[in-house]
Design a protein around this ligand. Structure first.
Ligand code: BGC
Length: 503
């Protein structure tokens, strides 16, 4: 190729790699790309006091009087997946999922949270689920902890107490030992950034505390727990089980309100580095990033925390590189700009982390039923590229991505169809054009079940669940056919049929 044509090719490549917000890309994902759904034990299982299960912090939280949940509901029954897991597996198979990420209920397995008493019914339940998934050609992926900490461990102080680390290691060890012959992908923690923030700063999630020092210790202890469990797997289980271990983090994309204004750029980057980096940076590089150190430094200055800002050398060595993949849970995008006012704005999952920034959305972005969570597919592509550029181009699993609508929407969930189609298309651009190493997509969620804090007032499922019928019947919505098609075609080949052309 002459140098002129090389130049043209380069220019085409470069112009292609900017985030084009409009053009739809008809192409498929690399072969071997995995598709499926994610769930969590508390939200779907129900059977909160059955077969020897112990009580965890969400059981306690939702039964408080007055109820902290706006619709006063709870997940005592949830989607009753403890009894109906076979229905769920049939649905997964029907939609064509190749993977299913679910979380273990710690107190179903260890009712008191400690290793000294193992509940055989809990082990049996997860063995049944895993075996049924495998028999249907669906790979099980386990999240060890999706927020439902055993109450007896909370009574010791919960995640802010360092003692809990050993309990988590014992639980993880048991899980690897018991299920690791069949489970090859493990997520240690689901969104510890949300767990520590809402559990210990805003108090809108269990255990409902408002204490920055506890939040900072929660973050620290989760990072240490994650690293020690990763090393345990590496040393003891990986040699013969050959699986992978990582963590799933929640992250919005924060876009500078005025993309050309350096102050807006700076504040967006700063809060991205807190939201994603507070956990990811130490795990990739062995220490808190400068942004986190600065934030914790401020907390210290105002005597809001006494937690150390540095890791010891020994801790740092253990933490650095303790991941085989990153799980990204991504839902939406916000616009940010600096603000002189120190605010704690209730903006969904950004609450409490927000100090000195103003956040907003573009009125043109389509809305959803949860907060002002809007549909901004191009933010997903930017988010993925940001991780690739700043965090060593890791392998990424999309462990959650989904759209909340109101229970009145019914089965014709056209907005969700559009959401998944457009977000997945941006992910396709990130993979095929930008070279981001995404190898899996699991949608949130399969079923309409209990939503943290919101109860049953918003739905994420591609399958409708009738919660007024004791049988909790499940009916696939339009969006399940959309995902069925995308999964089957591994993306959007030129020949895609018209369903995907909605909107
Ligand atoms: C959580 C899920 C939750 C979803 C939708 C994530 O923060 O991991 O458990 O249901 O978002 O809000």
């Amino acid at each position: 190729m002459s140098s002129f044509y090389k130049l043209i090719a380069l220019v085409t490549l470069v112009s292609k790699s900017t985030c084009d917000e409009d053009a739809f890309l008809y192409d498929v994902f690399p072969s071997g790309f995995q598709w499926g759904f994610s769930s969590s034990s508390y939200q779907i299982e129900g059977a909160w006091k059955e077969d020897g299960k112990g009580i965890h912090i969400w059981d306690t939280f939702v039964h408080r009087i007055p109820s902290p949940i706006p619709d006063k509901s709870n997940a005592d029954i949830g989607c009753d997946s403890y009894h109906k897991y076979d229905h769920d597996v049939s649905l997964l198979k029907y939609i064509g999922a190749g993977v299913y990420r679910f979380s273990l209920s710690w107190t179903r397995i260890l009712p008191m949270g400690r290793i000294d008493y193992i509940n055989p019914a809990g082990i049996q339940y997860y063995n049944n689920l895993i075996n049924l998934l495998l028999a249907n050609g669906i790979e099980p992926i386990i999240t060890l902890h999706h927020w439902d900490l055993p109450q007896p461990l909370q009574d010791l102080g919960g995640w802010p107490n360092e003692e809990v680390i050993q309990n988590f290691i014992d639980f993880a060890n048991l899980a690897f030992h018991t299920f690791g012959d069949r489970v090859k992908k493990w997520v240690t923690f689901n969104e510890p950034n949300v767990m520590c923030m809402h559990g210990y700063i805003t108090g809108t999630h269990a255990p409902g505390h408002k204490n920055i020092n506890q939040a900072v210790n929660c973050i620290r202890n989760v990072i240490k727990s994650h690293a020690r469990v990763y090393r345990l797997y590496d040393r003891v289980f990986r040699p013969y089980q050959g699986g992978k271990v990582g963590m799933s983090l929640f992250s919005y994309w924060l876009e500078p309100k005025d993309p050309k204004n350096p102050a807006h750029q700076k504040v967006a980057e700063y809060w991205m580095q807190i939201m994603w980096g507070i956990f990811a940076f130490p795990i990739v590089f062995g220490d808190y990033n400068e942004e986190t150190k600065q934030l914790l430094g401020k907390f210290k200055k105002f005597k809001l925390t006494s937690s150390p800002i540095e890791f010891t050398l020994e801790e740092s060595v253990e933490i650095k590189g303790s991941y085989d993949f990153w799980g990204l849970n991504h839902y939406s995008t916000f616009l940010v700009e600096p603000s002189k006012v120190i605010t704690s704005i209730v903006h969904g999952d950004l609450t409490g982390l927000v100090l000195g920034i103003k956040i907003s959305t573009d009125p043109n972005w389509p809305e959803s039923a949860k907060y002002d969570l809007t549909i901004v597919p191009w933010g997903f592509r930017k988010m993925l590229n940001w991780i690739r550029e700043g965090y060593g181009s890791p392998e990424i699993y999309i462990t959650e991505n989904g759209y909340p609508d109101s229970p009145q929407t019914g089965l014709e969930d056209v907005a969700r169809v559009k959401f998944h189609r457009d977000y997945i298309n941006q992910m396709l651009k990130a993979v095929k054009i930008d070279g981001v190493r995404v190898t899996m997509y699991t949608a949130w969620g399969l079923l309409d079940c209990f939503e943290w804090y919101f109860g049953y007032t918003v739905n994420f499922g591609v399958v409708y669940v009738n919660h007024s019928d004791p049988e909790r019947p499940r009916t696939p919505k339009l969006s399940s056919s959309c995902l069925q098609q995308i999964f089957a075609e591994n993306g959007f080949p030129q020949t895609s049929f018209p369903l995907l052309k909605i909107g």
